[in-house]
Design a protein around this ligand. Structure first.
Ligand code: ZN
Ligand code: ZN
Ligand code: FE
Length: 761
């Protein structure tokens, strides 16, 4: 046997600390009858292993194939080592300045083992809402510094009892080095309070909260990354009250159901959705509502979809098992403010919304909203990438210098690049109020701390008035790189697919600052990571009233009608014009003609708005993207016909909206409804972009097309355009790791900045 006795040294990099990786290695070594040692190092986990060669090979293959659920192995290097004749296999103390370069795990759902224990009356953690182990529970939201050890988390206020400590110290226990380990004797507790912050009587606070929700009350529930506002999703009056108090008219609420069976009473759950719903990240998944369904219409008014999720904290499981088919679980905030995490903050800001508060005393150090995904064109698409996914990095093709990218204005995220990894923050929100701006600053500081990064360069948007741009300007000692919004969109797509060289980039969204002083948003770029050329764009029209034109799509309708018909507009008999009244229409035309508060825009988002208004779907919106979303939902018609489209050659080409508008108006005149008009409009965009890409390919010899920007959250457009381009031989790249919307911008900014810096030196 001794003749084939060998030793190997393995170095494992990735998310391998704080996730039970060393105990896993320990048990694996025992199972294969091997000897040696395992230790945490500054860059991951180091394993010295010795024994017969065939067993070493088996060990190595199991190491990558059978790791613990939260481990994420990026790389294993393996080389032969000298045989040291270990007498056993052991876990040794951490070496050196531990953890500086290791990755922190995201917060994930409570695992099956913990759930079984929680519902076992004989278990010492029976019904304990903070049960967790190395395979599950909070991570990112309870850390305020590295290395990831209990004193650096919000668990530092709780001293483990003897039983918990014994689990924590035992390498064979599921709770070996589980930093948030706790039990009813030593750990955090829940309490139920009224809106005046007085504790409610005796008994089980969770059961009492459930009873109040059943009675139609609104209860603020402290979760993993922040507070939710909970209401019975089948109780129309309760949900309506929540809307009124939260100042949220129609923007859909997410719901949580105890299990898939309950979810299937109101939504269509396909196998792909099921996998996402059950994943340890537990995102909100956009599902088609069933007809008929039992959800209150107020949950997602006028919407074919509902965002649903399964419980992910032990507390959620206990609450949902009190007999609810679905609870509204919406972010605990006033409309557009960041979600409340702090108990004081929650009572301060939510007291007018919630009747009661289900609180606990484990602090949340960093808020993280629920992630939102949808399946489209055969892939998972992020609408919001946050809890459960952050801080898993996007792996880049090349190492970058330390860069901080500040993101866009809406759906803001920030990104810190470090080596070949780009860490995109959780969803920060719309940087339009002080509370969100403070959250932005806090997140920047927090991420720098836990990643151990001092940025050498700051990337930001070209827009001089964005709060994120202004913040960047204040960081005086650090050089800045300003990145055009749509260029950042395309490069974020290139980065996640590790594309190099030059691509055709179709970047379509609502708003982005253009260097020519117009509002961009229907852009076809020829781009690489350092720069871009505007190959084509939607021809500009005025936005009468600027921001008001975003809230009132009828204004865009007037603008597009004027563009297509000129004075002939007055001869049109259209519902949208009748509803507005000739006086208001005249006012819009005058504002536009005199260029009063009427910036020019090439935004495709605005064209969606205008067409939605002309088709009679919606003249005013109550949340961003509502008209475009409703136009997409309207497109149930299977027609393959399309409107005429045309562009004016030039540098750049101008894609003309007029032929499309003429077609839409003609159809409205013929009495065609929104389903057919919307389907034809979508078909038109698909054909137009396909043909345009053909022309650009002939001129430039480019064969790769990247699709980015908020418009590509539109499943119908994405599902149509990808095959339309692929059947013409294009390689098409769309987002799978980061959102197509402005939540993905920071990644593109970081890569553009790095490329420009490199070329400068
Ligand atoms: Zn667990
Ligand atoms: Zn304990
Ligand atoms: Fe955008």
């Amino acid at each position: 046997m001794a003749h084939n006795h060998e030793a190997r040294l393995l170095q494992v990099n990735g998310i391998v600390q704080g996730v039970g990786f060393r105990p896993f290695v320990y048990q694996l070594a025992l199972r294969h009858g091997l000897k040696g040692e395992v230790a945490n190092t500054s860059s991951g986990v180091s394993i010295h292993i010795e024994g017969p060669a065939d067993r070493l090979r088996a060990f190595e293959s199991d190491l990558t194939g059978k790791g613990p659920p939260l481990a994420y192995i990026v790389e294993v290097t393996s080389r032969s080592d000298i045989v040291k004749h270990f007498s056993d296999f052991r876990i040794t103390a951490s070496r050196g300045e531990a953890s500086m370069a290791t990755l922190i795990s995201p917060d994930v759902a409570v695992c099956g083992d913990c759930l079984r224990e929680m519902f076992d009356p004989a278990d010492r953690r029976y019904r304990y809402p903070f049960i967790n182990c190395t395979n599950c529970g909070p991570r990112y939201t309870i850390i305020d510094d590295i290395p990831y050890d209990r004193p650096k988390t919000s668990m530092r206020h709780f001293t483990m009892c003897a039983a918990c400590q014994a689990e924590y110290d035992n390498p064979l226990d599921r709770r070996f080095h589980a930093q948030p380990n706790a039990c009813p004797v030593c750990g955090p507790r829940v309490g139920l309070w009224d809106a005046r912050r007085e504790a409610m009587g005796l008994g089980d606070p969770i059961a009492a909260a459930a009873e109040l929700i059943r009675q139609g009350k609104i209860v603020a529930v402290k979760g993993l990354g922040g507070y939710h506002l909970a209401a019975d999703a089948m109780n129309a009056a309760a949900v309506a009250r929540l809307r009124e108090r939260k100042l949220r008219e129609e923007k859909p609420f997410a719901v949580m159901s105890p299990d898939l069976e309950a979810m299937r009473t109101y939504a269509v759950v396909e196998p792909g959705d099921e996998k996402l719903l059950l994943s340890i990240q537990r995102p909100i998944v956009l599902l088609l509502k069933k007809k008929p369904h039992l959800l209150a219409e107020e949950v997602a008014p006028g919407n074919l979809h509902v965002g649903a999720m399964l419980p992910y904290t032990p507390l959620h499981h206990l609450l949902l098992r009190e007999g609810f088919a679905a609870l509204v679980m919406t972010s605990g905030n006033l409309s557009e403010e960041p979600i409340a995490i702090d108990n004081d903050d929650a009572f301060g800001r939510l007291a007018r919304i919630a009747d009661y508060f289900l609180v606990h005393n484990r602090d949340i150090y960093l808020r993280s909203d629920d992630s939102v995904v949808r399946r489209a064109a055969g892939e998972t698409r992020f609408l919001r990438r946050s809890r459960g996914y952050v801080p898993v990095p996007v792996f880049l093709k090349h190492a970058l210098p330390p860069i901080l990218a500040c993101g866009a204005e809406l759906k803001n995220t920030v990104c810190i690049a470090k080596g070949d990894k780009a860490f995109i923050s959780q969803h920060i929100g719309d940087l339009e109020n002080l509370a969100t701006y403070e959250f932005f600053q806090k997140t920047v500081a927090h991420m720098q701390r836990i990643l151990g990064v001092r940025p050498e360069v700051i990337a930001c948007d070209l827009h001089p008035d964005y709060l994120s741009t202004r913040w960047a300007d204040e960081q005086e000692a650090i050089p800045k790189v300003r990145v055009q919004h749509h260029h950042a969109h395309i490069v974020s797509g290139m980065a996640e697919h590790q594309l190099e060289g030059t691509v055709i980039g179709i970047a379509c969204d609502g708003t982005g600052y253009g260097p020519d002083g117009t509002v961009w948003g229907g852009e076809v770029l020829v781009a690489d990571a350092g720069g871009f050329e505007r190959a084509a764009h939607l021809a500009c029209v005025p936005m009468p009233g600027s921001a008001a034109a975003i809230k009132e799509p009828w204004r865009m309708a007037v603008s597009y009608l004027q563009d297509a018909f000129g004075a002939g507009l007055w001869g049109l008999d259209l519902p949208v014009l009748r509803e507005a009244g000739s006086e208001k229409v005249r006012l819009m035309l005058e504002m536009a003609a005199r260029q009063l508060n009427s910036p020019l825009t090439s935004s495709l988002g605005r064209l969606f708005d205008g067409v939605a208004a002309i088709a009679g779907l919606r003249s005013r919106v109550t949340y961003e993207g509502q008209a475009a979303m409703e136009l997409e939902m309207a497109a149930v018609d299977e027609t393959e016909s399309a409107y005429d489209y045309a562009w004016e050659e030039g540098a750049p080409c101008r894609l003309l909206p007029a032929p499309i508008i003429l077609g839409v108006v003609g159809d409205v005149g013929k009495g065609l409804g929104a389903p057919a008009i919307s389907a034809k409009f979508h078909n038109t965009l698909i054909l137009m972009f396909r043909d345009l890409c053909d022309v650009i390919r002939r001129q430039r010899g480019l064969n790769r097309v990247v699709l980015s920007g908020g418009v590509f959250q539109n499943a119908r457009l994405l599902t149509g355009l990808i095959p339309a381009l692929s059947t013409r031989g294009f390689e098409v790249y769309s987002h799978r790791l980061v959102p197509a919307n402005d939540g993905g911008i920071s990644l593109g900014q970081a890569v553009v900045a790095a490329t420009r810096i490199e070329h400068r030196s």
